[in-house]
Write a protein that binds this ligand. Sequence first.
Ligand code: GTP
Length: 213
Amino acid sequence: MEAGSCRYQFRIALLGDAAVGKTSLLRRYMAGVAEPEPEPTVGVEFYRRELQLRAGPRVKLQLWDTAGHERFRCITRSFYRNVVGVMLVFDVTNRKSFEHIRDWHQEVMANQGPNKAIFLLVGHKSDLWSTRCVSAQEAEELAASLGIAFMEASAKNNCNVDLTFDTLAHAIQQALQQGDIKLEEDWGGVRLIHKTQIPRAPSRKQHPGPCQC
Ligand SMILES: Nc1nc2c(ncn2[C@@H]2O[C@H](COP(=O)(O)OP(=O)(O)OP(=O)(O)O)[C@@H](O)[C@H]2O)c(=O)[nH]1
């Protein structure tokens, strides 16, 4: 389907500690393949993909892959204002990355724009079951305490990757439909994509026409 048929653009950021697999998740979603050793992200990288929502319009997703390393935090923080969706990613084999989720959530809440962001907590690398140190139940409890949804995924096994993005986009669409998220002129979180402008008949008052001299 052509790009022009998308109704909205949703801007979504992936946040979480370094090496939890944000880039791998995104690249799996974009290309359908797992990249063995992606380079650590420097600042922010952008991806785009279109998505047909279940029982909803087709939307354009603008996906921001952010660096998890602390030294890029002042760059990534400046992007929070203009996102509508946030995937909070931790690694199920890395307890610290789980413990930092509250801090990531808090940081977005403190820096967000005119609308509240929609969050999804993702327990990543679910393929590493033998070295897991965060249970699904613990993660469910954290998500419930933050009032957000939780899912597990693995870029390596391609488990639930599409579903995480579908779930977040669907939640954004619902919030938009229910009026919990409003379109704002100077906010990039959600943009209405205008269809080709239909030229209006010129009004004499507004358009005096070609120069008369
Ligand atoms: N077992 C397993 N390893 C994964 C998975 N996804 C990513 N990895 C590995 O985890 C490491 C970090 O992956 P990245 O995608 O670079 O992590 P990141 O969160 O983008 O890291 P930063 O850019 O530094 O913030 C790499 O060695 C990946 O191969 C997964 O689903 N399962």
